[in-house]
Design a binder for this molecule. Structure first.
Ligand code: SF4
Length: 308
């Protein structure tokens, strides 16, 4: 996705960082804020709802870049530039509200970075988004997505916000595949992750969201769907299937619609809740990342990002 450079003067009240670039696709708006040290913080406003009820969800970043190295992810190619401060995290919501008039109702930590790698600031930001009069976002409308750091999941669970959402970027049905595409799995295995998910404080009727990016020929076989069902058996989860969004320079392929539908059907026939994320934000948003400008590194000038 090519972002358009826009020439916005710094807001006079300095409540949020200036918007440096934006891209609109249908109703989805991806925007970047320029930090004082010349980095760009990416966020996505995603309109949601239907049948006369509409609201906006904001996907926020917790870091610039990411150290986790998932092989299918755009953000991973930047490496980690730095953690965002609490002000920079909540400032993304403020910018969406004030600059775009978006009245953000839901916030998901699915932008750049691994939230558990900046957990202290993420927890402070969550508290401010919930408690500050300015935001007052209900706990059930806050979701943190993680690559699967078990220690971080347990620390976040100590908040005991039973209605807060947890999303796991799983993306594989077994350790062999997951270790190949997600280095985190070499330290936090799927068995350990399963245990951490089982301890997450869910409210009755709630579930943990399992994000699963479908990569053609890697993790999208029917046998993989069956393994996924077995892995999730006994956990309260809902699987969000995300057909991979092609990125220049990353050597994966998207599954076609028939293949993705067959995968979903296999899960559902086995009694596993599952849906597919399509269309909205497809080129703006991936799993717990896929934002990021690989040309933007310390000491370089920012160029338009090339994701999708
Ligand atoms: S998928 Fe998430 S955790 Fe993995 S590299 Fe990308 S942003 Fe980081």
């Amino acid at each position: 996705m090519q972002l358009d450079v826009i020439d916005q003067p710094a807001p006079t009240n300095s409540d949020y960082l200036p918007i440096s670039r934006e891209h609109r696709e249908n109703d989805t708006i991806k925007f970047c804020q320029r930090s004082a040290d010349g980095l760009e913080i990416e966020s996505v406003i995603i309109p949601m709802g239907g049948k006369g009820v509409h609201w906006n969800t904001l996907c926020v970043s917790s870091q610039v870049g990411c150290a986790r190295g998932c092989t299918f992810c755009q953000t991973a190619r930047m490496g980690l530039l730095r953690n965002l401060t609490v002000d920079e995290i909540v400032g993304q919501v403020r910018a969406a509200n004030q600059h775009y008039g978006a009245s953000i109702r839901n916030v998901v930590f699915m932008g750049m970075g691994e939230p558990m790698d900046n957990l202290e600031n993420v927890i402070s930001a969550l508290k401010r988004l919930h408690e500050d009069r300015e935001f007052q976002i209900a706990r059930k409308r806050l979701t943190v997505s993680t690559v699967g750091r078990c220690e971080g999941i347990r620390k976040l669970a100590t908040l005991n916000w039973r209605r807060m959402g947890l999303a796991i970027s799983l993306n594989a049905p077994n350790d062999e595949i997951r270790s190949r595409i997600m280095p985190i799995n070499r330290t936090d295995s799927m068995a350990a992750l399963r245990q951490a998910i089982s301890e997450w404080p869910l409210r009755g009727g709630g579930h943990v969201l399992i994000e699963y990016v479908l990569l053609r020929g890697v993790n999208d076989e029917i046998e993989h769907a069956r393994q996924l069902v077995e892995y999730l058996r006994g956990l309260k989860t809902c699987v969000n299937l995300i057909p991979w969004n092609p990125i220049d320079g990353i050597d994966f392929e998207s599954p076609d619609e028939t293949r993705a539908n067959a995968f979903q059907l296999e899960l559902m026939n086995a009694g596993q809740l599952a849906f597919q994320r399509r269309i909205k934000g497809r080129s703006a948003l991936g799993a717990c990342g896929q934002l990021g400008n690989v040309e933007l590194r310390r000491g370089r000038t920012a160029k338009p990002s090339q994701d999708s």
